[in-house]
Design a protein around this ligand. Structure first.
Ligand code: Z5A
Length: 214
């Protein structure tokens, strides 16, 4: 198999099933013998892990919305430079659980920051890294939050800063994502996330196979 520098991002609201589908996509690439890397934002680097802890778990910290925007940007700069670009340069498929569209959806539409400012910060933080394909797993907010809630109960983990947000916040995020997908139909693949895990994977696998065949 020749080296493949392909960047695929997975996006969607809380509990949409991204992480599950990144795992299934990784299994598929393993079976095909294609070198890949799974990574995540926030996180994906040592610095990113520290930032993730602040951004998600420090629920008692009052984080200004612009501070939040720049912390996600800082995480992305480190991630792009340390992980994503080196992997792409070495001919590896990168599967990334959230990337820059999450900042537009959450900080732009969710927090209602100026979209032009968010996009400018994003351009600067992402540098030359742009996903070749973005898988957007869409489903009603109530379904995603219910899944996330059940998982928290099962794993006995406390809600993070985003899980504590009101349902209206998550509705704005979902609408923002759908708007982004409408603006860039060539890059986005809109997936109905209300179906079973295997049906969703089959559709995503088809998109990945077609992208790799190009
Ligand atoms: N954030 C931001 O604000 N700005 C940014 O720029 C970036 C991120 C990059 C990261 O949290 C938070 O950071 C995120 C946005 C913000 N917060 N929110 N909301 P995270 O990484 O901890 O969590 P997440 O990214 O939101 O993902 P998640 O909650 O872990 O969910 P998921 O990855 O979409 O879903 P999952 O873990 O694959 O599945 C959730 C549960 O549903 C699990 O029990 C599965 O077994 C189950 N599941 C999955 N698929 C199905 C189907 N098809 N049917 C039934 N059940 C399913």
């Amino acid at each position: 198999m020749p080296p493949m520098s392909v960047f695929i991002a997975f996006e969607g609201i809380e509990g949409c099933g991204k992480t599950t589908q990144v795992g299934k996509a990784a299994d598929y690439l393993t079976k095909r013998g294609i070198p890949f890397l799974c990574t995540v934002e926030p996180g994906g680097t040592g610095v990113g892990e520290e930032l993730r802890n602040i951004l998600l778990n420090k629920v008692s910290l009052r984080i200004h919305q612009m501070t939040e925007l720049f912390l996600f940007a800082a995480d992305r700069i480190q991630h792009v430079e340390e992980v994503i670009l080196p992997a792409l340069r070495s001919g590896t498929v990168v599967l990334c659980d959230r990337f820059a569209d999450a900042t537009v959806a959450y900080q732009g539409y969710g927090r209602e920051l100026d979209i032009d400012v968010v996009r400018a910060v994003n351009r600067w933080a992402s540098g030359s890294a742009t996903p070749d394909m973005t898988i957007l797993i869409d489903l009603p907010v109530e379904v995603g939050l219910e899944r996330a809630k059940n998982r928290s109960v099962r794993l006995e983990t406390p809600d993070d800063r985003f899980e504590r947000e009101r349902v209206e916040f998550h509705r704005r995020v979902r609408a923002g994502y759908l708007r982004l997908a409408g603006e860039e139909p060539d890059r986005f693949r809109l997936i109905d996330g209300t179906r079973g895990i295997d049906a969703i994977h089959e559709e995503i696998r088809g998109h990945i196979a077609r992208l790799l065949a190009r």
